[in-house]
Structure formats: structure tokens, C-alpha cells
Ligand binder design. Structure first.
Ligand SMILES: [Zn+2]
Ligand SMILES: [Zn+2]
Length: 108
């Protein structure tokens, strides 16, 4: 286990769980309905959120810890959990309070 990787020191929120969001979700350039929530069952890690294409790329690379770093998958942005959720909300991606799953809100 690499416990130090599980948290990030955010300038706004302080020490928080570390998570990843792909830039396609942040910049709203993902196909509708293709948001993917990447979970880490049993690893105690917070969830990540990517579009389907990025999820495929992460899986092809063998997992998210393998794809971070210079010269690797540059479409993933690390951040603290509250910041990531804020970015998602700004892109119209919200958590269903009943099911706990994430969905996009269509505005057209
Ligand atoms: Zn993406
Ligand atoms: Zn933050």
C-alpha cells in the first residue's frame, strides 16, 4: 500500500482524499451518458471519474496508479475530493442522492 498517495494537500480544503477527473468531464467535451465512475473496491481509495475513452485507456495501462506522471496519460487531472466534486457539478455531473450513482444533467 502506498498510503501517502491516498491524500492530497489542497490549498482550499487542506488534506483530503485524492481522486482523478479526466479533462473531458471538466471541459464538458464528453459524449452524453458516457461518464464512468472508477471505483477501487477494497482499496480504501476515493472514486475517480472519467469518460469512457479515458476509462479504457486507464484499464489498458493497468490501473490509475500506472498512468499518472509526465509523459503518461495527460488527460487525467488529480485533485482533492471536494474540488473534483465541484468540477463535476460545474459540468452538470451530479450524484443521485438515492442511488449514489453519478449522472449528467442535460441542459438542452
Ligand atoms: Zn476523458
Ligand atoms: Zn480542494
Amino acid at each position: 500500500m502506498m498510503a501517502d498517495d491516498d491524500t492530497i494537500n489542497c490549498g482550499t480544503h487542506g488534506k483530503q482524499p485524492f481522486c482523478l477527473v479526466c479533462i473531458h468531464l471538466i471541459e464538458r467535451i464528453f459524449p452524453a451518458g458516457e461518464i464512468v465512475q472508477v471505483t477501487h473496491p477494497g482499496e480504501g481509495l476515493p472514486d475517480d471519474w472519467t469518460c469512457q475513452a479515458c476509462a479504457d485507456a486507464v484499464e489498458a495501462a493497468g490501473g490509475d496508479e500506472e498512468v499518472l506522471g509526465p509523459g503518461r496519460l495527460d488527460t487525467l487531472r488529480p485533485g482533492c475530493l471536494p474540488c473534483c466534486e465541484k468540477l463535476l457539478a460545474r459540468s452538470g455531473i451530479r450524484k443521485d442522492p438515492l442511488t449514489g450513482s453519478w449522472f449528467t444533467t442535460e441542459t438542452h
